[in-house]
Design a binder for this molecule. Structure first.
Ligand code: SF4
Ligand code: SF4
Length: 335
């Protein structure tokens, strides 16, 4: 592991800048850092997770222009290049879950890929998990480095860090920094234990199988009864990615636009015929939970939730996904 005093972060900042933009945690979102001091963000959980960089709320995919009988098309790809500095393990894991959906096989999404492959994740351990965090439920925790390219921890007034992927190791190799000291590594181990134990772990064993038997359960009425269907939980969730595509037409030109969508909206599943397979909120809630805790595990052997607690924080009527999971777990299955 390497070390750099926080007072000398400029050395890291310059190296990261040579890679492209350097995004850091600001109050509501990741934004580019203008100075090395901004690497020392005190924001522990950014409201808008890093998925906003890879999946913007809206993006044009294609432009078309009509000239008489000729129509020309131009593909539009919005690129991103740089380093996200300070991404916590939950968000880095969430990106690994998005990768499963956007980077595999025939479903590969070139727009997502173009940004993803040019952005390095410089993770930082989460030193201040809040009361809504339940990341340890999913087999990882505030010090898990494996979803990042480089991973670091601030110990007192020093940043300790190491390259995790080949790309990350290459970047670290070229930095003029010392090795971490023995006492710093010892302190790091103690912090890891103490902070990880602070996160409340839920027992969701068997939830995937249980959900598979609850399609017709009455629990969905109860769960959805206070929901407003506003979709905030899905928009801020770092693992949600539903989108819609529309052609925007002007007299002689137009463009194809991808915009975020949400499975909590009535229109999301409304078909051209007028039929809606999920006409009531209870069906949409069922889909949201099934997608994260049954369909994702079936498809990818991973839950589609990282336990970041954002959906709990933004819900205007205080719906808490942890309570819902426990309700599902304790609900008897009727024969
Ligand atoms: S806790 Fe909520 S916001 Fe966070 S990943 Fe899970 S469902 Fe999404
Ligand atoms: S944020 Fe709350 S009220 Fe809005 S859709 Fe999600 S669960 Fe329902």
């Amino acid at each position: 592991m390497k070390r750099v005093p926080l007072s000398e972060l400029e050395r890291i900042y310059e190296a990261l800048k040579s890679y492209g933009s350097v995004w850091v945690r600001k109050k509501n979102a990741y934004e580019t850092a203008e100075t090395p001091e901004e690497l020392l963000s005190t924001v522990s959980k950014v409201k808008k997770p890093a998925k906003f960089i890879f999946l913007p709320e809206e993006e044009p995919l294609l432009a078309f222009v009509q000239d008489g009988k000729n129509v020309t098309f131009q593909e539009v790809i919005r690129e991103a290049k740089g380093v996200i500095f300070g991404i916590p393990p939950c968000e880095a894991k969430a990106i690994s879950l998005l990768d499963l959906n956007f980077l595999q096989g025939e479903g590969e999404d070139i727009y997502y890929k173009k940004r993803r492959e040019n952005v390095l994740l410089f993770g930082l351990a989460c030193l201040a998990p809040d009361s809504r965090c339940f990341c340890t439920t999913f087999g990882y925790g505030p010090f898990t480095e494996s979803f990042t390219d480089i991973f670091g921890v601030v110990v007192d007034d020093v940043l300790l860090f190491e390259g995790i992927t080949e790309k990350g190791k290459d970047l670290v190799k070229n930095l003029d920094v010392e090795d971490a000291k023995g006492e710093e590594l010892k302190k790091l181990e103690a912090m890891k234990k103490e902070i990880t134990e602070r996160v409340k772990k839920l027992d969701i064993q068997g939830i995937q199988e249980k959900l598979a038997r609850m399609m017709d359960s009455e629990i969905w009425d109860k769960i959805s009864s206070s929901c407003l269907g506003c979709g905030a939980c899905t928009y801020y969730c770092p693992t949600c990615y539903c989108f819609d595509i529309q052609d925007v037409e002007r007299p002689n030109w137009g463009y194809r636009l991808r915009t975020w969508d949400s499975c909590m909206f009535t229109l999301y599943t409304l078909e051209g015929s007028g039929h809606n397979p999920r006409p009531e909120l209870k069906y949409r809630w069922r889909n949201r939970l099934m997608h994260k805790f049954n369909y994702y595990p079936v498809l990818y052997q991973e839950f589609g939730c990282v336990g970041c607690g954002r959906c709990i924080e933004v819900c205007p009527v205080n719906i808490d996904i942890r309570e819902i999971l426990m309700e599902v777990k304790n609900e008897p299955i009727r024969a």
